[in-house]
Structure formats: C-alpha cells, structure tokens
Ligand binder design. Structure first.
Ligand code: 8OZ
Length: 364
C-alpha cells in the first residue's frame, strides 16, 4: 500500500503530486538580488517535491535582511524567477514564492540605498545578520508611521502580483521567525499605542491587512502563509500569551479560504518543544490545508499525513542534500547529510552537486 504522504493532493488551487514539500531555504546566491542560472538548476533538481516553497524573497529594498537574497519587486527579478518557475514546471513540479519582509532584522549596509531597517517599534533585536562580509548586530529600527504601513501593504500586494507574473503557482506569506509580521504580532517587539499595538486584537491587524492585500491581488486560493508562534528565531521573544495569540491568528487566517497554513512546530530548526495541547488546539482551529514542519522524520511524516493531522509535511535541510527527497523517502533509503559550510553563499559546491538515486528507483 502507498502511504498517503506519496499521493497527490490539493492546496487551494494548487495540485500537488505528493505531500512532501520543500521548505523555504535561504541560500544567499542571488548576488544582484536576481535569480541566477545556478538557482534555476537548483530548483529544477528539486522539482520532484509536491510543492517547492522558494527561499525567502524580499518584497521591497527595505524588506531585505541578508546579503545576496533575491527580490520579487523589479522587472529583472520577475524575469529571473520566470526562468526558475519554467524549469520547475517543465519537470512537472509546483512552486510558490515566499514573500518576505525582515523588518528590524537588517542593516543599512544590506539594503539597497542604505535605508534604515523598519519595524513596528523602535526596539532592537538582540540579533545578528550577515552583511556579505561579517555577522553584525542589528540596530534600533525606525518605527513605521501609518502612511509607511500603508506603503508596506502595497509592497506586499505588488510582490504577490509580481510572483504570479513570474509564473509562480502562488505565494507563501512569511509571517514567521521574528520578521516583520511576527514583530507586529508579539508584545515583545510591538510597543505601539495606536491601532496596530496593545491588545492582541490590535497586534494581529497588520497580519489581517497583509492577508487582505495579498489575497486581493492574487486570490486566497493561491495564497499560503507560514507562522511559528512558539519560535524565538531572530531573538523575537515569546509573546506573553502564546495560546491567546494563536487563537487570534487562527481567527484572522480563517477569514480567508487560504491555499495552506504552514506551521513551524517548535523552535525553528531546533527542538519541537511546543506544548502539545497548544499545538493541537492551534492545528484544530485552522480550516485551511495544513503543512507541518520542523524536524520531521520519514516515520513522523508518514504518520502525520496518514492520520490527517497534516495534509503535507515540509522538509528543509533534507532537501538541501537530497534533491530527489520524495523518491528517497518513498524508497525508504538513506539520506545524504548536508554540508553546512555551504548553506549560505558560495557557488555550486554544496548547492547543485548533491547526488540523486539511480533513475530505476523513479520519482515519488
Ligand atoms: C536562515 C538564514 C537566513 C534567513 C528564516 C529566512 O529563518 C530565514 C533565514 C534562515 O525564515
């Protein structure tokens, strides 16, 4: 019998050939902020995923937080990504663009034009980011004014429209890991006293407006979102009431018929130390298809999808070193370990040079 993990499914309007999703992975190889030939090859190699979520892709110059990440807001970037999406589609794959604004996790040296990073409030994260030469401490961001919030919402809508123009099957809004949307959600990073801060009902306003902007631009049925309510990534600080925040976030997400909700269950790339009851309640409260992520083994993924707890499971590091991951999981063969020294920046080494199984095993 074929495990359900390896069977086709549907996420909104996106039909997927299997339920093994490639998680978004920052790889810092877009030296001009435009996808390169090497990136086309990297994504083409991984088109056997039921769905690829692209690496985080900034929606605007000030949305960038690391050297050499790609954007999705200029004609050159749209043309570059079109070559990626064509390559993935030619292999029968599906790919959405992860649209990303880092908020305060940046430095003027990284941002085109040397702009000051922005955030809900002028509160620095105790975090570092990579400017192309060094890891440097992030500074105190500029607190967004109301007109600047409006402009940022327009940037989200513009980026989503650019993603569709570039041939993506949809977008994933990056609302996780301590970046801009997460900075609005949590009382550790949002000290605003206007309609975007204070009680949880106000702190979810920016999320609600981003969702309205993006679904208004491209439709809810090809809009997904990634959240990580238990993660302290980028030193964001846990909210003082995570269960209540989860309930409010679920209500906002459930106002749309989203393609999927993608959840980092626990610490991003770290322990799955989420209180079971909170995760179970959050999962049960979401009506969209559910993509589970964080430290899943083959066995856990098979079981999560078989039971219906997840509609699909996203793998990150395993996809770096195993371009044919769905076929390997299906055949239940050993995985190649990733070489961490090539995760961020560089060329083909540790990027497009990982082996695939002999053709005879076939694709999932
Ligand atoms: C690792 C390095 C740089 C960025 C995230 C986009 O955590 C990232 C990221 C991860 O979501």
């Amino acid at each position: 019998m074929t495990d359900k993990l390896f069977t086709p499914g549907r996420l909104g309007r996106i039909e997927i050939a299997n339920r093994v999703v490639m998680a978004p992975l920052t790889r810092n190889r877009a030296f001009d902020r435009v996808p390169t030939d090497l990136m086309v090859e990297y994504y083409r190699q991984r088109a056997g995923a039921g769905l690829i979520v692209s690496e985080g892709t900034q929606i605007s110059p000030v949305g960038q937080g690391y050297a050499w990440t790609p954007g999705i807001h200029t004609p050159a970037q749209v043309a570059g990504w079109r070559r990626v999406t064509d390559a993935v589609h030619a292999e029968g794959g599906r790919i959405v663009c992860q649209i990303w604004h880092v908020g305060r996790i940046s430095l003027p040296a990284i941002i085109e034009g040397g702009l000051t990073p922005v955030a809900p409030s002028a509160i620095a994260a105790r975090a570092k980011t990579f400017d192309g030469t060094n890891f440097a401490e992030t500074g105190v961001p500029h607190a967004l004014t109301l007109p600047e919030i409006e402009a940022t919402l327009a940037d989200y809508a513009h980026a989503a429209a650019c993603a569709v123009e570039a041939g993506f099957d949809g977008v994933e809004i990056h609302a996780a890991n301590g970046y801009l949307i997460d900075q609005f959600l949590r009382d550790t990073s949002n000290a605003r006293t206007d309609a975007y801060g204070g009680p949880i009902a106000n702190r979810v306003r920016f999320l609600r407006e981003v969702l309205a902007a993006v679904t208004g631009a491209i439709g809810a049925d090809r809009t997904g979102i990634r959240v990580s309510p238990w993660s302290n990534a980028n030193a964001v600080g846990l909210d003082s009431d995570t269960p209540a925040l989860c309930a409010a976030v679920a209500e906002v997400l459930n106002a749309h018929d989203l393609a999927f909700v993608h959840v980092v269950e626990g610490q991003t790339g770290g322990p799955r130390d989420t209180p079971d009851a909170t995760l179970a309640a959050f999962r049960a409260s979401l009506k969209a298809p559910y993509i589970a992520n964080n430290g899943y083994t083959r066995e856990m993924a098979v079981s999560a999808v078989a039971s219906g707890r997840a509609d699909a499971v996203a793998f990150g590091r395993a996809f770096i070193a195993n371009p044919d991951l769905p076929a390997r999981l299906r055949a239940d063969v050993p995985l190649t370990p990733p070489r961490k020294e090539f995760f961020y920046g560089g060329g083909a080494e540790g990027y497009t040079d990982y082996p695939v199984l002999p053709v005879a095993v076939g694709r999932a």
